[in-house]
Design a protein around this ligand. Structure first.
Ligand SMILES: [Zn+2]
Length: 57
């Protein structure tokens, strides 16, 4: 879980929140489960690749 900026008030909210607790802006389903999984997988690959670049693994 991570923090993202609200589209409406730009304050930090949970990336999994369905609505903004600050301004009440309601988010629809932004990503399907599959797309979210692929995005997470891509980020992991980038992180692992980055760590290898710096010789940390
Ligand atoms: Zn907001």
């Amino acid at each position: 879980m991570s923090l993202v900026s609200c589209k409406e008030c730009y304050r930090e909210i949970s990336s999994s929140a369905e609505s903004c607790p600050h301004c009440g802006y309601v988010y629809g389903k932004r990503l399907s489960g599959t797309k979210a999984y692929l995005l997470l997988f891509a980020i992991m690959i980038l992180v692992i690749f980055g760590l290898n670049m710096f010789g940390l693994l």
